[in-house]
Design a protein around this ligand. Structure first.
Ligand code: AHN
Ligand code: ZN
Length: 182
């Protein structure tokens, strides 16, 4: 279910090459986010069993002297009529980045995706980057107040049929606006 985020990042990579930003932008792809203890499980709770790639990177960066002002995580950003709410860990660790991204989306007319709503904390890669690497990182994730991740989530029905390029465009253009305004 990381396919949509990868698609947006590939197009962002193309745009950044054609028209570089004043600040540096690093694209990072975390592996093994979903490789954790099943929920529910008959076994005792295993702490920190998810998000293995981001946990590893946060503790063992590709460069020891690596710094970043902030990060933006994309998780399930291609669904039809996606609804992105302000996720609680993002608000705890990087509220000004959430504000900036949502404001940029609103200015582009994408307020129907980047909505004025709050979601609970989601255990995702940004949680460990915030906690372990101390880089403020937000999560743009389609977790809907009424239907959660959707009926297709973690099933074989999570395929191209549920993807809408209008959503991918809204996310990609919002991120490019954020990047070019730095
Ligand atoms: C939890 O529901 C705890 N984490 C969801 C993160 C996730 C899974 N994103 C994609 N698949
Ligand atoms: Zn998943």
């Amino acid at each position: 279910d990381a396919g949509s985020g990868v698609a947006v990042l590939m197009e962002i990579a193309r745009a950044l090459k054609a028209q570089p930003t004043s600040i540096g932008v690093d694209l990072i792809l975390f592996d093994a986010e979903d490789y954790g203890q099943p929920m529910p499980s008959k076994y005792p709770h295993m702490e920190d069993s998810y998000c293995l790639g981001s946990q590893y990177w946060s503790k063992n960066k590709h460069r020891a002297d690596y710094v970043a002002y902030y990060g933006i995580l994309l998780d399930m950003v291609g669904g039809k009529n996606a609804q992105f709410c302000r996720e609680a860990f993002s608000m705890q660790y990087a509220p000004s980045i959430v504000q900036q991204v949502w404001a940029s989306a609103g200015e582009l007319g994408y307020g129907n995706y980047f909505m004025d709503c709050d979601a609970g904390g989601i255990t995702d890669d940004h949680y460990y980057v915030n906690k372990l690497a101390q880089i403020p990182m937000i999560d743009i994730i389609d977790y809907r107040p009424n239907s959660g991740f959707g009926a297709f989530w973690h099933t074989k029905n999570d395929n191209i049929d549920i993807i809408d390029k209008k959503t991918l465009k809204a996310v990609g253009q919002t991120l490019l606006k954020v990047a070019y305004n730095q």
